[in-house]
Design a protein around this ligand. Structure first.
Ligand code: P6P
Length: 335
């Protein structure tokens, strides 16, 4: 056998893991310290752990509620807690992560005072298990993450967390469905990876995800239709006479991923039950908006671009309209 690799034996095997992708990207930035790569690899490691636990949820006694409520007043699922702890532990082991903020924690956690040597430590915000109430019915659930630079001038941890979405240096999500998909952006387009459980690696399947335009489909919980503001009701009435389909899982990651793959629009308007909208600005709307915009889509909260909203509270909520540019424009025209 000659020494050079005999490609015939591995032809067609995808061997671009998320680690090799990130290291290649890092090599393209001469000043890179590797800290950013470490943070993303921590998220990837935690995602593999969460995926494994979700796969066995019905076997291990981790379904159901823990009997406690989270800061949102929502009953915590056991896997919410497991996912949250895995992310905190994986990120906590990285010197470059100064602060984490989670849907499951009232206040941000200061993992370590930023080491003097670490010139640009990061803040990582996440929803550890979005849509976890779907777990008991084997529905798609997800992890959403957003990465910011730690703002040392901020008076406290919360101050460093409260940055507008345009300040994100990276964002993405993991969808735990029939396969486990990790979609991310660092501001240079959108990359998609799929977990190959046989080798335990996320493999690159698309290095430039673009949202299709022109697909007549919308995703909203129409049970609240009567309490939506008039503009949204008029748009949804219009769709009924113009050949639209409707899809809704009830997990933002699953619904938005379908819109990213197929086109259309995802809506969570204000309602009587959620006057500002239900979704959280910092660790749901902003990261998903970053991905959507980087894939050629649009993301608004009412008539305001979501990523330009200046947050005032960690768990503040917002309404959401995101998807194909022409469909978002159509919704906005009704608002
Ligand atoms: P509703 C899940 O609880 C979640 O936070 C998002 O993942 C999802 O888009 C939304 O709430 C679903 O809310 O009111 O339709 O059940």
């Amino acid at each position: 056998m000659t020494l050079q690799a005999d490609a015939r034996l591995t032809r067609g095997q995808n061997l671009t893991s998320i680690q090799s992708y990130l290291l290649n990207e890092e090599a393209r930035h001469p000043g890179a310290t590797g800290n950013f790569t470490w943070v993303l690899s921590a998220i990837s490691l935690s995602a593999k752990f969460i995926a494994a636990r979700c796969r066995r949820a019905g076997i291990e006694q981790v379904l159901g509620e823990v009997g406690a409520e989270n800061v949102q007043g929502e009953s915590q699922q056991k896997l919410d807690v497991i996912a949250n702890e895995s992310l905190i532990r994986c990120l906590g082991s990285r010197p470059a992560v100064a602060i984490v903020a989670s849907e499951e924690n009232e206040e941000p956690l200061i993992l370590q005072e930023a080491e003097p040597g670490c010139e640009r430590p990061y803040v990582v915000l996440f929803d550890p298990l979005d849509g976890s109430s779907n777990l008991d019915v084997c529905g798609g659930v997800g992890t959403i993450f957003s990465i910011l630079h730690h703002d040392r001038r901020a008076p406290n941890a919360a101050g460093s967390v409260l940055q507008a979405g345009v300040k994100q240096v990276a964002a993405g999500y993991v969808l735990y469905g029939p396969s486990t998909v990790l979609v991310m952006t660092t501001g240079h387009g959108v990359q998609m990876f799929v977990l190959d459980p046989s080798i335990g690696s996320f493999l690159l399947v698309n290095d430039d995800v673009r949202i299709p335009d022109g697909h007549r489909s919308y995703s909203v919980n129409e049970a609240y239709l009567q309490s939506f503001p008039e503009g949204y009701r008029n748009y949804l009435e219009w769709t009924k006479h113009n050949g639209y389909s409707q899809r809704y899982v009830g997990t933002m990651v699953a619904d938005v991923h379908r819109v990213l793959m197929k086109g259309g629009v995802f809506l969570y308007p204000p309602s009587d039950k959620a006057p500002k909208g239900k979704l959280r600005l910092l660790y749901e709307a902003n990261p998903m908006s970053f991905v959507m915009e980087q894939a050629g889509g649009k993301a608004f909260s009412g008539t305001e671009r979501t990523m330009e909203i200046q947050p005032t509270k960690i768990h503040e909520r917002t309404s959401v309209v995101m998807g194909s540019p022409s469909e978002v424009d159509r919704v906005l025209s009704f608002l």
